[in-house]
Design a protein around this ligand. Structure first.
Ligand code: CTP
Ligand code: MG
Length: 234
């Protein structure tokens, strides 16, 4: 009887952006959110997940902030890599190269700016995809009615929202395939797009809108409310 190889899972957290749309001097991943730097929330969830072996954090080579924090609570799982690039996809690709993973290892790429990720989200993603030939991503079906506008901000037409999803992270692919895809197609805003450019079809795993990305100042308030509310129930 053939024994199936054991799957290895790593997380890789791109955190080398400036957060221009947040409009702060401090990059948004370090802004205080519910009493901690924003990035700590995602790192806490990823490091607490038993299935994940290593959590790589991709920082800007000029980052002087991260090493000012006490990160001992994350233990040996956490591995900072000072190799961020000009774009998110460059940061992910540089991180994959520096991490020196086995090509068949799974890597869960998660934005530092999605602090409301839960263990349930992670477990669902891993269990739905661990035997998948391609991999995939967390996403939510579009709920609102969609309008296309003209340049003056008036409705041109209403678009069908059928089978439309909003992509989230983590996005989970085999390390070798993802590195190959990002090398071939670097001009993408998420990992799945690079995989799609190879002609493959990542699987969509339904998640919750609460796993949103903190982009604008008002998102910070929403994330704070959510995290504080959850804290009351643990
Ligand atoms: N990211 C990165 N390297 C870059 C750009 C972005 O690692 N050169 C990371 C960000 O730190 C963030 C994630 O990719 O965790 C998602 O990107 P986004 O939300 O767009 O963050 P920023 O690029 O920092 O924000 P903005 O686009 O508003 O400048
Ligand atoms: Mg950006």
């Amino acid at each position: 009887m053939e024994i199936a190889p054991v799957s290895i899972f790593h997380a890789l957290v791109p955190a080398a952006g400036f957060g221009a749309r947040m409009g702060h001097d401090l990059p948004k991943q370090y802004l205080n959110l519910a009493g901690q730097p924003m990035i700590f929330h995602a790192l806490t969830t990823l490091c607490a997940c038993e299935q994940i072996t290593t959590v790589f954090v991709v920082l800007s080579p000029e980052d002087t902030q991260f090493n000012q924090y006490d990160v001992s609570r994350f233990g040996d799982k956490l591995q900072p890599l000072y190799c961020g690039g000009e774009t998110r996809s460059e940061s992910v690709l540089n991180g994959l190269s520096a991490a020196e993973l086995e090509p068949d290892d799974w890597v869960l790429v998660h934005d530092a700016a999605r602090p409301c990720l839960t263990q349930d989200h992670l477990h669902k993603l891993i269990s739905k995809l661990r035997d998948d030939p391609v991999g995939g991503l967390l996403a939510v079906p579009v709920a609102d009615t969609l309008k296309r506008s003209d340049a003056a901000g008036r409705v041109l037409q209403t678009e069908s929202r059928e089978q439309l999803w909003q992509a989230q992270t983590p996005q989970m692919f085999r390390a070798g395939l993802l590195a190959h895809a990002l090398q071939k197609c670097p001009a993408v805003t998420d990992d799945a797009s690079a995989i799609e450019a190879l002609g493959l079809q990542p699987k969509l795993v339904a998640c919750e809108p609460t796993n949103f990305k903190v982009t604008y100042p008002q998102d910070l308030l929403l994330a704070e409310l959510l995290l504080n509310e959850r804290r009351k129930h643990v």
